[in-house]
Design a binder for this molecule. Structure first.
Ligand SMILES: [Zn+2]
Length: 665
């Protein structure tokens, strides 16, 4: 069940009168592979389906509680996992389309259903009678299979983390804090949006263009103005100032963690992640920071020679770009013609076919939700076993939210194969029939295509019994391992040879160009890694404060002073600032990555360390690929990540693999 925090209290209005028998979500889908019959879904079906799904959930929760038999895994945990098939069905479709094809009608429905399912979800997670049964199963978990143990552990912990064990004043205060935090995070997002718009108005540069602009603007005074405006968002002592809000958020989080018995919010957040505790994350990040700063300091000298003056924070990206052009002469206009979107997808598929022995073919019999979306069928090349259905939704359109992601329409579980989508915002092909122009991708786009299919493979190759631990349902600091791992195949010569052909001449990409791409990818890593690592450390340091320590903080200056102290202590040089400063760090204040921004670097270590084994054994070594597939991709979250990692690698992950991969040695 997806859980949403947004609580817009709009009164529920019925959308048209709908005969339940016509509602597509109440019917069995007699379609190829049971995929969604998109053309038969009416927008009027959604709200009644959500309402029926919530009723079904409530009835089934009551039935679990009322069961006279002693609690078992089957009659309690598994029953809860399957508590509402209607909700699974409607959520699987709705929350995919509300992101990838968000029409005004869909937005209207979303505003109505979010409060409904949030409230229903909270009610269930605070249900003590249900928790008592889950706890009984949890306490006798030794007799269960390993996968069942993981399922019940996760469920038990999520009840606890939601405060079900609290009573009296603590329970009341916990609920108050939760409600207030939801409001604060929403307000933070709204303020930031206003500040981003104000930034664009004042400078003529949008936030998403910032890095490109700073790398290409030769006017130094203008760069200084843009840098200062960008880095003071949320800190302008105006109506959209985020300082007070940030401090209240941090204080409430610390209090909430303390109510649950943790020393601080970082300890609470880390307790169900692969890293486990804040000290492990701190010890992980500092050596990366040190390596990044060594590299950055060496690069400053080269940039100063080019600039003829000392480098300030607003000069870095501009002179780095100048230096990159001078060193590698890589122009993306040279590479794009070799990266036609359809061919790149072929490359993505061929890597998976070659490495994991799959067969991927177009499935025109499967309905899609937009004409530009394509459906594919995955089978095992050896025995023809059906693996799943894949939708490719690559091109930008106004109804799609920004970014790129993988999602499930249907999760894998015993007897059920998954249906998975990759959504990207690649340039759409030209629609002028007299001058056909395909979608041509940047190097970053190519990496994104491989990245998202890495998530898809994690979903497809899953062989779990229970969907709550299948596929990508793993800890946040583990999940990006598989996407980042899959990026490695993009520029492997054997794979590249199969897809990187000039869209007009058909010529393969010249080897010299590939070398330039590889070198350019390792350039400026002191800066790139440094700003990412600095933001990760800043996030940790804020959330490692106890409420007693936070009580001393008051006003904007206290935030600035703390940021400065943390940056000094981590060894960040003045020419670089954290990728996000506190008042515009949406990941950690406005969304769910608090004490979690390190996850990107953490997963990357796992990805590059595993890749080193592939390189050592031969990229297409069957035994290594089989072991990777069996140990990780088939297991999802059915075992502790570190246990799986040690099984595969025979050792702990080696953080210095990240320095090697990023060229920071
Ligand atoms: Zn990802």
């Amino acid at each position: 069940m997806k859980k949403h925090l947004l609580a817009l209290c709009a009164p529920l209005m019925m959308v048209a009168c709908n005969n339940n028998n016509d509602n597509i979500f109440f019917q069995t889908w007699d379609t190829p592979y049971g995929t969604a019959p998109f053309s038969q879904i009416k927008t009027a079906d959604y709200i009644p389906a959500f309402e029926a799904g919530i009723r079904q959930m409530k009835d089934n929760v009551q039935a679990i509680i009322d069961n006279p038999d002693a609690p078992t895994f089957e009659n309690t945990v598994l029953a809860f996992e399957q508590v509402s098939p209607i909700l699974d069905k409607v959520e699987g479709v709705f929350f995919n389309l509300s992101e990838s094809d968000s029409t005004p009608e869909m937005q209207e429905i979303e505003e109505k259903v979010l409060p409904l399912i949030t409230e229903a979800g909270n009610e269930v997670m605070m249900n003590e009678a249900l928790f008592a049964r889950v706890q009984a199963v949890y306490e006798q978990r030794e007799s269960l299979t390993r996968e069942q143990q993981m399922v019940v552990k996760q469920l038990y912990e999520s009840f606890q983390r939601n405060g079900v064990g609290l009573s009296g004043d603590a329970r009341k205060r916990f609920a108050e804090i939760n409600t207030r935090l939801a409001t604060l995070s929403q307000k933070f997002g709204q303020n930031l949006l206003a500040e981003n718009n104000a930034f664009q108005e004042a400078t003529g540069v949008s936030v998403s263009e910032y890095y490109d602009f700073m790398a290409s603007c030769s006017d130094r005074a203008k760069r200084e103005q843009v840098f200062k405006a960008y880095s003071s968002r949320g800190n302008n002592a105006n109506d959209n100032d985020n300082n007070t809000l940030v401090l209240e958020t941090l204080k409430l989080r610390a209090e909430m963690a303390e109510i649950l018995g943790y020393p601080n919010f970082a300890a609470y957040q880390l307790s169900n992640k692969m890293a486990g505790d804040p000290a492990t994350v701190d010890a992980f990040l500092q050596p990366i920071m040190d390596a990044a700063m060594r590299s950055a300091k060496a690069q400053i000298k080269e940039m100063e020679a080019l600039a003829g003056h000392p480098i300030e924070a607003w000069d870095w990206m501009y002179y780095a770009e100048q230096l990159r052009a001078q060193k590698y002469a890589l122009d993306e206009n040279q590479t794009k013609p070799y990266f036609q979107a359809d061919s790149v997808l072929k490359g993505v598929f061929s890597a998976a076919e070659k490495v994991y022995g799959l067969r991927i073919e177009e499935a025109p019999e499967v309905e899609v939700y937009r004409p530009e979306v394509r459906a594919y069928k995955l089978t095992d090349a050896a025995d023809g076993a059906f693996i799943g259905i894949f939708y490719r939704d690559y091109y930008v359109r106004p109804t799609k939210r920004g970014g790129a992601w993988m999602n499930n329409f249907r999760e894998q579980e015993a007897g059920v194969r998954p249906v998975i989508v990759n959504v990207c915002n690649f340039p759409a092909p030209g629609d002028d029939p007299t001058e056909p122009r395909p979608s041509l991708l940047t190097i970053d786009n190519v990496q994104t295509a491989f990245h998202e299919f890495g998530h898809a493979l994690h979903g497809f190759l899953s062989q779990c019994n229970y969907k709550s631990v299948s596929g990508t349902n793993v800890a946040r600091d583990f999940v990006e391992m598989f996407s980042q791992f899959n990026e490695n195949f993009a520029f492997v010569p054997e794979i590249l040879a199969g897809y990187a052909n000039h869209w007009q001449s058909g010529e393969p990409i010249p080897a010299a160009l590939v070398t330039k791409i590889r070198q350019a990818l390792k350039f400026n890593q002191g800066f790139t890694t440094g700003e990412l690592c600095a933001a990760s450390i800043l996030d940790m340091k804020w959330h490692e404060l106890s409420s007693e320590q936070l009580a001393a903080f008051d006003g904007a200056q206290s935030i600035r002073d703390f940021e400065e102290k943390v940056c000094r202590e981590m060894g960040l040089i003045d020419e670089i600032i954290p990728r996000y400063r506190t008042t515009y760090f949406n990941h950690i204040i406005g969304s769910g990555y608090s004490a979690g921004y390190y996850s990107y670097l953490w997963s990357e270590v796992l990805a590059v360390d595993a890749w080193e084994k592939f390189l050592a054994d031969g990229v297409f070594n069957k035994a290594t690929a089989d072991s990777f597939r069996k140990t990780f991709l088939e297991k999802g979250g059915s075992e502790e990540p570190m246990t799986l990692y040690r099984q595969f690698r025979g050792a702990d992950p080696d953080p210095s693999a990240l320095m090697r991969a990023r060229g920071l040695e």
